[in-house]
Ligand binder design. Structure first.
Ligand SMILES: Cc1cc2nc3c(=O)[nH]c(=O)nc-3n(C[C@H](O)[C@H](O)[C@H](O)COP(=O)(O)O)c2cc1C
Length: 349
């Protein structure tokens, strides 16, 4: 019989391995396939003068990029997180961490030591703590506040994963009272709150419910990349109802492009973060043109980090360079200029 800790660690390891399989990516569904940026043949710019500086929860960071939160809590996690943290600090990317449910529930002493050591090693890193919405409903706010302080996080991401929780045999699909808990967290926590999906995006109806909340940012994390319905389907017993339902829901979600456009329209003063199927610097540029302030990658950053620090830094450099190329060829001196231009146009698929 596996203990709770063993079961938790093996689930996290399985998630990581399954996320790398192409079958669990919702390819072709970000909505970016139908967006193109208008070419400017005569930009009034010098390429080397372009700047990527972008807003990040009340600060200005060197790039608009972040690594979206990914699972900790298994034996390989400290090494991977260290690789991600060093590269992010060096290149001016923010870094989200994976769900800290275990730490919140008091079983993650080892994890906390790990974050403390990492903080000492990379003090300049913009670090984002992470919990799920059901933990927000259940745990006292003081405990959540302490968690962010103990690891020196600049922000707290609260993730929404309704599809995953409901398809996961051991999931906790308890979301009742979540919006009230979110309102309280936004009002009372000392760090800004980033509300994030995990690959299924936001409908207009959901975004409307964020009206009036003091959110730091909204990370749409839409459909088109890592799909947790597919991953939980692969984990479920093949003859189970969970596995059958996961097949049915394999394309479920709101696309990343549409989620960003809706967020810009419905919450015009919100800071919008875009993740979910971002696979190049050109994807990032399209999302910025559609309204995103920051753009995040999960699965591709994980794949690069598994190859080592140098491979990860090179991959990051490619994303930055591609974004710069898109800025230059649209005649935009900064991501903010691209965002306020009308350079994104919709084409037939
Ligand atoms: C291995 C892995 C683990 C993840 N764990 C978490 C998590 O613990 N908390 C969270 O908010 N999101 C988690 N995510 C979701 C990502 O932050 C992101 O929302 C999603 O993967 C879409 O981005 P992508 O298509 O670039 O992978 C995880 C993603 C991956 C690939």
């Amino acid at each position: 019989m596996e203990s709770d800790t063993e079961q938790f660690e093996s689930r996290k390891r399985e998630h990581l391995q399954l996320a790398l399989e192409p079958a669990h990516q919702a390819f072709g569904l970000t909505g970016l396939e139908r967006i193109r940026l208008v070419h400017e043949a005569l930009p009034d710019l010098n390429f080397h003068e372009l700047r990527l500086d972008s807003p990040c929860l009340g600060r200005i960071e060197r790039t608009p990029f972040y690594v979206a939160g990914m699972t900790a809590g298994h034996a390989d996690a400290p090494r991977l997180n260290r690789t991600l943290a060093i590269a992010c600090a060096e290149r001016g990317w923010a870094m989200g961490v994976g769900s800290q449910r275990r730490e919140l529930e008091g079983g993650g002493g080892k994890d906390l030591d790990h974050w403390r050591r990492l903080r000492e090693e990379v003090p300049g890193l913009f670090l984002i703590a992470n919990i799920g919405i059901s933990q927000l409903v259940d745990a006292p706010l003081e405990r959540i506040q302490a968690l962010t302080e103990e690891m020196g996080a600049q922000a707290l991401a609260i993730h929404l994963n309704a599809l995953q929780e409901v398809l996961q045999p051991e999931g906790t699909p308890r979301f009742k009272g979540a919006i009230q808990a979110l309102r309280r967290a936004c009002a009372e926590l000392a760090v800004p709150v980033v509300i994030k999906e995990t690959g299924c995006g936001f409908s207009g109806e959901t975004l409307r419910r964020f009206h009036g909340l003091r959110l730091g940012a909204i990370d749409v994390s839409g459909l088109g990349g890592t799909h947790w319905g597919r991953i939980e389907g692969a984990r479920a017993r093949p003859d189970s109802v969970h596995a059958a339902a996961a097949m049915t829901f394999g394309r479920w979600g709101e696309s990343t492009a549409e989620s960003v456009e809706r967020a810009r329209e419905m919450l015009p003063s919100a800071e919008i973060w875009a993740s979910g199927g971002v696979r190049s610097g050109l994807d990032a540029a399209k999302l910025i043109a559609l309204g995103a302030h920051r753009v995040g990658y999960a699965q591709p950053a994980l794949a690069a980090a598994l190859e080592g620090l140098e491979a990860l830094k090179r991959w990051m450099e490619v994303q930055e360079y591609e974004l710069r190329v898109a800025l230059f060829c649209t005649g935009s001196a900064t991501p903010a200029e691209l965002r306020s231009s009308q350079k994104a146009i919709r084409v037939e698929a």
